[in-house]
Design a binder for this molecule. Structure first.
Ligand code: F6R
Length: 613
């Protein structure tokens, strides 16, 4: 959420900052800005524009910037509307300090009131600007930029990754890191400070993730870091190899479409990964064999799509591993009274590994003495580093804001984990685990074929599906969280209102909504008992003149007959129904959004990697 790119080099680095921002633009695309020092006047000069980076590039044509040191930011608005004034960088009163920020300064109102009472003039509505004015005062009252930064952070509450350019300090960038991620890269004659290592450029040879609660000073091939108490902090550098342009749409029209099609391969990759863990899987998840055998419950905490995967796991854990299972949204879990469970495996699920609520949950659980398994896609992320055990999602870079392949991989890993726990508890043998892995691979092989089968129909009928302003989605057992995930996708990229319900709940109220203007989409189950119950629920809808669109399985003829239209899927392992439906469901949503002319990869108001609570 928001992106920071600061570069130092021998020649012009404005283009490096711009291409760094492009790499992480999906994290925030409300507005963007770049600042550098004018080589002739030594004044700070900047360009800002509302909208995505195309707007900033156009503004840079009008007012070109060139300098060997520059700082850029792409914004997802939190405090203050999407305006040029609120776009980063922000400045002190005299434009001697330029500063970009990720996170939230929670006490900015008090700071601002205090600073204004002493004559500081603010130009924006942001929380960030207060920091520039605090630093302005501290630079006057302390002996060095280091001391000024240390004094500044003492005044700040909240989460903040800051990169700072001072008019009067040649060749240098300053930074602060508190709870929001930041990383430094060094090259022979260059250096970078970035919020995401994806945006490091080709000149960088080594990088380090900056530890929490640090400040620092960066010059070409030089970085000095201090803890908030002023003591020096050693960085652990890793070699950096630029992997070329990781963001590559290939021939797809959108990243989302590409990522939908990558799901077959990511399932294959993740099954390969768990197979290579062998007996190391205990240490991978951070538990001893005996601890797994004693497990009575499992508790998943996550946000958004990842939360839906945890809800699917809830079904798997109960029906396969026979343990109690809980799934909670991190934003709610964080503020509940602590009621630690005995013999419970806590886990967090996150594609980015940086989602603020989930990260805070991880930290809170660890503080209270729990081990926490992370199921994470980005291996360099804060959650990947801070979890006591980790299962890597291996899904590769996910660029589209709407998660697709990462959801699928999370479901795969949790299904596998349910079998591994069941095996440790003596409920199933190693052949059953192998069969489960093969069942996952069977689903992988079927995904693209389902799109091929229905693509023409969906493409042709997309405008019809898009003509409805609201939907109800139904499921039962594991097909309910899948219905919730489908609903989230349709809301998020098509901006259509959808309510997902457990089908059995319909008659307790929402059935009153059913009419010919609101289609009911039902996601069926392979469990024969659940299927029959679901069928009765669908009959209730049909009897009230509702339009039913069914995601059904071969042989479910009554459901297919009662539905106005159906997508029919091959029969797979009983709990894996959603996994064989996932690509087509996503494609169906994608086509609806496309026919409405939506911004598929960067839906309005959103950003990937939600690093504010
Ligand atoms: C929806 C979506 C979001 C994320 C949520 C958590 O398509 O992508 O709901 O799932 O913001 O993100 P991670 O998994 O990075 O913690």
């Amino acid at each position: 959420m928001c992106g920071i790119v600061g570069c130092i080099g021998k020649k012009d680095v404005v283009c490096n900052v711009l291409s760094g921002l492009e790499t992480i633009e999906y994290r925030g695309y409300d507005s963007a800005g770049i600042v550098c020092r004018d080589e002739n006047t030594q004044a700070l000069v900047w360009v800002k524009a509302c909208g995505d980076l195309v707007a900033l590039k156009e503004a840079l044509v009008e007012k070109p910037l060139h300098a060997p040191i520059a700082l850029g930011h792409t914004r997802w608005a939190t405090h203050g509307g999407v305006t040029v004034e609120n776009t980063h960088p922000h400045f002190d009163c005299h434009h001697t300090i330029a500063l970009v920020h990720n996170g939230i300064i929670e006490n900015y109102r008090a700071l601002r009131a205090d600073l204004e009472s002493r004559g500081h003039v603010f130009r924006s509505q942001t929380d960030t600007e207060a920091v520039a004015h605090v630093l302005e005062e501290k630079l006057k009252t302390t002996a060095s930029p280091k001391e000024a930064l240390l004094a500044t952070v003492k005044e700040l509450e909240g989460s903040f990754a800051l990169a700072i350019l001072l008019r009067d300090l040649d060749d240098t960038l300053l930074f602060v890191r508190n709870r929001s991620p930041l990383c430094v890269g060094l090259g022979e004659d260059s250096a970078s400070v970035v919020s995401d290592m994806l945006s490091l450029d080709q000149s960088i040879q080594q990088y380090a993730i900056l530890p929490d609660q640090t400040i620092g000073i960066v010059r070409a091939n030089f970085c000095e870091v201090y803890n908030f108490d002023g003591s020096p902090c050693e960085l652990v550098y890793q070699p950096f190899t630029w992997l070329g342009q990781l963001k590559n749409k290939k021939n797809y029209e959108h990243y989302m479409l590409k990522e939908i099609h990558e799901q077959k391969q990511v399932i294959i990759d993740v099954v390969k990964y768990v197979r290579t863990l062998g007996n190391n899987w205990y240490s991978a998840i951070g538990l001893q064999k005996e601890e797994i055998q004693k497990l009575e419950s499992i508790f998943g905490v996550a946000c958004g799509t990842s939360y839906h995967a945890a809800c699917m796991a809830h079904q798997y854990m109960r029906s396969i591993a026979h343990i109690h299972s809980y799934a909670e949204r991190a934003s709610e879990f964080l503020y509940q009274p602590e009621m630690p469970l005995k013999n419970c495996l806590y886990y967090v699920l996150s594609q980015s590994g940086e989602t603020a609520d989930t990260l805070e949950t991880l930290r809170m659980l660890k503080k209270s003495g729990q081990k926490v398994l992370g199921i994470i896609n980005v291996p360099t992320s804060s959650m990947a580093r801070e979890s006591t055990g980790i299962l890597h999602m291996n899904a590769g870079l996910e660029v589209a804001v709407a998660s697709t392949k990462s959801f699928t991989v999370q479901v795969v890993l949790l299904y596998w984990l349910a079998y591994k726990i069941a095996q440790e508890k003596g409920l199933v043998d190693s052949f059953a685990v192998e069969q489960a892995e093969n069942d996952l691979l069977v689903c992988a092989q079927l995904l693209d074929g389902m799109i091929d089968k229905y693509q023409a129909t969906i493409d042709e009928r997309a405008t019809y599906y898009a003509s409805f302003s609201k939907y109800i989605f139904l499921g039962r057992q594991e097909s309910f969280p899948f219905a919730q995930e489908a609903a989230l996708k349709l809301k998020e990229i098509a901006y259509i209102f959808v309510e997902a319900y457990q089908a059995g709940e319909l008659k307790h109220g929402p059935l009153a909504l059913v009419d010919k203007n609101m289609p009911v989409v039902v996601f069926s189950s392979l469990d024969p008992i659940i299927y029959r119950k679901l069928l009765s629920n669908v009959q209730e809808v049909k009897a009230r003149g509702g339009i039913v669109i069914a995601f059904a399985f071969e042989g479910q003829n009554e459901l297919i007959a009662v539905a106005s239209e159906s997508f029919v899927f091959p029969v797979v392992a009983v709990h894996l129904g959603p996994l064989v439906m996932v690509s087509l469901m996503q494609y169906w949503v994608y086509r609806i959004a496309l026919s409405l002319g939506r911004s598929i990869d960067k839906p309005r108001n959103l950003a990937k990697s939600v690093t504010v609570e």
